[in-house]
Design a binder for this molecule. Structure first.
Ligand code: CA
Length: 229
């Protein structure tokens, strides 16, 4: 899940981004509205967290413009005051939810998860693919009932593949939704993480779930597909 965080206060932005990355989200930061609009045009985000107090265009204006540009992604607004007018204005401009500063990080996480769950096909609580079970709330993975320990990035990659089970997922798709803007397209980082997942999930098992489609990408499949692993 890739998140655009729009916040001009650098220390606050860094802290939030760090927390979200630890929860396996890929996070890009925009420091003002103009950058946010550009980034949202460039990338296919799964969620936008938008602070109201920004230099230049404020969060309300940015939100209105995003919606006017046809950006349908869930938007969580961060407001400084719990003023009724702010809440109403936020929702009127097309935001999906708002959170009043200061807030607990856990509260933010809960709102983020709730927003991502609103698209029901997007985030079921437990995704199963063959004997693989992924609990998206606890971020726990098991295969044939046995726990598999994954790092946050390995988890994020697996969850993305599982959401698109039995579909070919290209490296570009993975880079866009699992990595953030610091991803180097010339690196082999995706291949490395696929290998790690295979080691943890597929080694020593007769049925391999992670397949490679040469020149196209990867498939997390339930088993009976032609493939060229
Ligand atoms: Ca701000």
């Amino acid at each position: 899940m890739r998140v655009l965080l729009v916040e001009d206060e650098q220390s606050a932005a860094k802290m939030l981004a760090k927390g979200l990355r630890e929860e396996s989200y890929a996070v890009d930061i925009a420091g003002d509205g103009e950058t946010a609009l550009y980034q949202a045009h460039l990338n296919d985000y799964d969620l936008i967290i938008l602070d109201v107090m920004l230099p230049g265009q404020d969060g309300f204006e940015v939100c209105r413009e995003l919606r006017a540009n046809g950006v349908a992604v869930p938007i969580l607004m961060l407001t400084a005051r719990d003023a009724v007018e702010d809440r109403v204005e936020g929702l009127n401009t097309g935001a999906d939810d708002y959170l009043v500063k200061p807030f607990d990080f856990e509260e933010l996480l809960a709102r983020v998860r709730a927003l991502l769950r609103r698209v029901p096909a997007l985030l079921p609580e437990v995704i199963t693919v063959a004997d693989l079970a992924i609990n998206t709330r606890a971020q726990q993975v098991s295969r044939a009932g046995k726990r598999v320990e994954l790092t946050t990035k390995e988890y994020a990659l697996l969850e993305y593949l599982a959401r698109h089970a039995n579909e070919v997922v290209s490296r570009a798709d993975i880079a866009e939704h699992v990595w953030d803007e610091r991803y180097d397209p010339f690196s082999k980082v995706i291949e490395v993480f696929i290998q790690r997942l295979r080691r943890k999930l597929d080694d020593d098992r007769p049925v391999k779930l992670i397949r490679t489609r040469r020149g196209a990408g990867y498939i997390l499949s339930t088993g009976d597909m032609d493939d060229d692993v």
